[in-house]
Design a protein around this ligand. Structure first.
Ligand SMILES: Nc1ncnc2c1ncn2[C@@H]1O[C@H](COP(=O)(O)OP(=O)(O)OP(=O)(O)O)[C@@H](O)[C@H]1O
Length: 247
């Protein structure tokens, strides 16, 4: 089976500053990969390269076998950006339904307004994250954890095959985070491939299957079990200030 995401000899510079150096990484169907690394280690940049939002100066990325710059079926990837909840503007009265509906735009040609089918898809996505009763609520009136679920619904409304999340639980309390990761695990069990950037391996420790450690270079990539029993673990934890809880 071909990898869903193939990264080969990827280099990325901001100006003359090298941020990603010779990254090689395969992400396969069914993976639940955590990307760990200290602040400024290139995690968000790597995700943006995968999503085609940034163009690397060297190397290539293939999505479903197709070069990212030629890849048209954007809806096959769902994305929850970093600090999505912080972008919620209390003055701008968007409803939960409208926010989730934005996730359908890449799939739509015409009409651009929501059809009955679209409304059904929006409802179903909200149901998957147990937020359907908030359909007509204002997003800005929801708690951070509830907003986070709405952003997941937006990312999965087009039934993507890969869900990419960039530090999705920043500013969310521990109990809500726990439920949030249970939800991701459930989606992963149903076949969704998940790539998550996080600082706290402890929280995702129960669920992730693979771990990648990034510090400009990919310093580690392996299964979660290997990661936990690796002799390099202590060193990596030290370097990355990570917290590991065993479950
Ligand atoms: N638009 C930009 N222009 C110039 N430099 C940038 C830009 N975006 C990020 N950088 C720099 O590139 C490096 C990598 O940034 P990136 O956001 O990918 O790191 P990160 O691992 O996601 O960090 P964090 O954990 O803090 O979110 C950082 O040093 C950052 O300051």
């Amino acid at each position: 089976m071909n990898p869903l995401i193939e990264i080969r000899h990827l280099f990325f510079w901001y100006g003359n500053r090298l941020v990603l150096e010779d990254i090689n990484l395969d992400i396969n169907q069914g993976d639940f990969l955590a990307i760990l690394g200290p602040n400024g280690s290139g995690k968000t940049t790597l995700l943006k390269c995968i999503l085609g939002l940034l163009k690397p100066q060297k190397g290539e990325i293939r999505l479903f076998g197709i070069l990212v710059e030629k890849f048209k079926e954007k809806w096959r990837l769902g994305y929850v950006p970093q600090r999505a909840t912080a972008l919620v503007d209390p003055v701008f009265p968007l409803s939960v339904e409208e926010v989730v509906g934005f996730g359908l735009i890449p799939k739509k040609r015409f009409p651009r307004f929501f059809t009955r089918e679209d409304r059904k898809a929006i409802y179903q996505a909200l149901k998957r994250v147990e937020m359907e009763k908030y359909l007509h609520h204002r997003l800005s009136n929801l708690s951070g954890g509830q907003q986070q679920r709405v952003f997941i619904a937006r990312a999965i409304v087009s039934y993507p095959e890969i869900l990419i999340l960039d530090e999705p639980t920043t500013g969310i309390d521990a109990a809500t985070q726990e439920r949030f990761y249970d939800l991701l695990a459930e989606l992963n069990q149903k076949g969704l491939t998940i790539v998550i950037v996080t600082h706290d391996i402890g929280i995702v420790n129960k669920h992730v299957k693979q771990v990648a450690c990034l510090n400009r270079r990919l310093v580690y990539h392996g299964t979660h079990e290997e990661f936990c029993s690796s002799p390099r673990l202590q060193q990596i934890i030290g370097e990355h200030h990570l917290v590991i809880h065993r479950h």
